[in-house]
Design a protein around this ligand. Structure first.
Ligand code: SF4
Ligand code: SF4
Length: 320
């Protein structure tokens, strides 16, 4: 395998650098009400990792101090952090655009039923994972009953205006493959999801993002057990597309872990690959002028972001 950094070097990137920090992605913890097979974090109901109140205060201070325009809340299931509503409220007061990533089923958990209205009142944009528009593949990845629960949550959100045509309550779905293959073409897949979910369940959404499964975390374990790990890495490498490099999310985003450590992205966080030595390493040391042009810590998992049309937490990176 040609190391990823070397591949970029051949393209003239002696060092890949960030070009801005427009987004602070905040990982509120690894606890989740699900234990999906493709999870890149090994998240689940028994994970104890949760961002604590003092770290959350520092996140708010950093967003205010540096006027960061967008905060992207993720986990685990971010909604399970006991300080979730407090953080969203404070960010909303600051006028920050908030994206929250939801697995949908968490919205039916005891004590979380108020969240759809809470999101609506704070104009939170939602990116909701729904691996497929049919029951069997979703339940296979996420556990029995996950599909029906997801539909129930989506219906509630739709009733509030989320995902409806011309509504500014944005609701996007996130697709990822059920195994060791690349996502299909996003345009036709989005049309298929839209048609099937509307026809069978009267469910509506704005966009469908397609995400490639990264060969790390629980998905790596699955690849290794099924004897597909080397083959999958080989396919990612063979699919390298130089046109994706400019749009890599690490070039405009920085990620903060539940412990307050800074990373180039959520994947590096999962692998515990810190920022390049010499840079601020925690949210308490956050200095925008230094971080906005930082060199990025690359590894061979980065082939997962550059294969085909590219993949990031916002979907593909270039037109197919
Ligand atoms: S993939 Fe998402 S919903 Fe599934 S276990 Fe991981 S964090 Fe939870
Ligand atoms: S995994 Fe992707 S986003 Fe993260 S550092 Fe590598 S290329 Fe950048």
């Amino acid at each position: 395998m040609v190391p990823f950094a070397q591949r970029l070097e051949h393209l003239g990137y002696a060092e890949l650098k960030a070009s801005q920090v427009n987004i602070l992605q905040v990982n509120l913890g690894w606890r989740c009400n699900q234990s999906c097979k493709h999870c890149h974090l090994l998240a689940g109901p028994h994970r104890p990792e949760q961002m604590e109140a003092d770290t959350i205060e520092e996140v708010i201070r950093v967003v205010q101090r540096w006027s960061l325009p967008l905060v992207d809340l993720t986990g685990g299931a971010p909604e399970l952090n006991p300080h979730f509503e407090y953080l969203v409220d404070r960010l909303h007061e600051l006028g920050t655009h908030i994206i929250s990533r939801s697995n949908l089923t968490v919205l039916l958990e005891p004590g979380k039923e108020h969240l759809p209205e809470f999101f609506r009142d704070r104009r939170v944009e939602l990116i909701c994972s729904l691996p497929y528009y049919q029951e069997e593949p979703v339940d296979r990845l996420r556990g029995p009953g996950a599909f029906k629960k997801s539909l129930k949550a989506l219906r509630r959100l739709n009733r509030l205006g989320y995902g409806q045509k011309d509504s500014d309550l944005k609701l996007h779905l996130m697709y990822n493959p059920a195994g060791a293959y690349f996502p299909p073409e996003p345009g036709p897949l989005e049309a298929l999801f839209r048609r099937e979910l509307a026809a069978h369940y009267d469910i509506h959404f704005h966009h469908l993002y397609t995400l490639l499964n990264m060969p790390i975390g629980r998905f790596k374990e699955y690849l290794q057990k099924s004897g597909n790990y080397e083959r999958y890495l080989g396919r990612l490498m063979a699919g390298f597309n130089p046109a994706t490099v400019d749009g890599l999310m690490c070039r405009y985003l920085i990620s903060v872990s539940w412990e307050g450590h800074l990373f180039d992205c959520d994947f590096n966080q999962a692998l515990d690959l810190p920022l390049t030595p010499g840079l601020p390493q925690t949210i308490w040391e956050f200095e925008l002028p230094t971080l906005r042009t930082r060199p990025i810590h690359l590894g061979d998992h980065c082939y997962g972001c550059t294969a085909g049309t590219g993949s990031s937490c916002g979907g593909r990176l270039v037109e197919g």
